[in-house]
Design a protein around this ligand. Structure first.
Ligand code: ZN
Length: 244
């Protein structure tokens, strides 16, 4: 899989994943003030005000929300994927091993962010999000560019036979046997699902980073086992600027 160069060709597009040095980003009751400060600082570093960022409160489900100005300054409960066709609105989810998937249709200026762990992939959150972009917001699949951000790799995503059964039939190459253990390549499953939604192979990019391996750079739910869980924030949106 290729790296991200192509997405960077759009100067008004902002997409980013925070790192460990930016601090934990998941809003939780205990440390809200610190978290909000971390988020503020990170968004500011991207040139954004916190009040233009709308976050999904992820639940490992497959609900997709279309976001407009009425949603500004809110958090969407029970939402793992957010979509908008409006500039100046930035969509965010939190991750720490699960896949942050960024979607961008440069023709219609539609952006989406998806939080997808194995549950989301099993419950077709990618198909639902692309369906929302194409049916509701007139995107064409072949125009959509996808970037799968840093997430747990097949080096570390060890599973039991229940997950093996779920994915083996449809994604045989994503189930890996090593040292009498079973591992799953979630990024590969995501890639196959993007392809099955008619995205062009050349428009699919992925980070090579494993969040578990890169302990100095990323939080990892599996590795850290912290409570409350420490997570990165992933965000995408288009800046208001000269419109085309
Ligand atoms: Zn790893």
């Amino acid at each position: 899989m290729k790296e991200t160069s192509e997405l960077f060709n759009y100067p008004e597009l902002v997409f980013a994943v925070s790192e460990k040095k930016d601090g934990p980003m998941k809003i939780s009751e205990k440390q809200t003030r610190i978290i909000l400060k971390n988020r503020d600082r990170f968004f500011t570093s991207l040139g954004l005000d916190s009040d233009v960022v709308i976050s999904g409160e992820i639940v490992h489900g497959n609900n997709v929300a279309i976001i407009g100005r009425q949603n500004l300054q809110t958090t969407l409960t029970n939402t793992d994927a957010l979509v908008t066709d409006q500039r100046g609105i930035f969509l965010a989810i939190t991750v720490a091993d699960c896949l942050p998937i960024f979607l961008f249709d440069p023709i219609n200026e539609v952006v989406a962010i998806v939080h997808a762990g194995w549950r989301g992939l099993k419950n077709n959150i990618i198909e639902k999000t692309i369906g929302t972009m194409t049916i509701k917001l007139n995107s064409k699949s072949s125009d959509i560019i996808a970037y799968i951000g840093p997430a747990i790799g097949s080096c570390h995503f060890e599973v039991k036979s229940d997950l093996e059964k779920i994915f083996k039939t449809n994604y045989p190459k994503a189930v890996i046997y090593r040292d009498d253990k079973i591992f799953i390549n979630l990024k590969l499953i995501a890639r196959q699902q993007l392809l099955s939604q008619n995205l062009n192979q050349k428009n699919i990019f992925a980070s090579v980073d494993c969040t578990y391996c890169k302990a100095e750079k990323f939080y990892s739910f599996r590795r850290d086992k912290t409570q409350p869980v420490k997570t990165m924030v992933a965000l995408i949106g288009l800046k208001k600027g000269a419109s085309r």
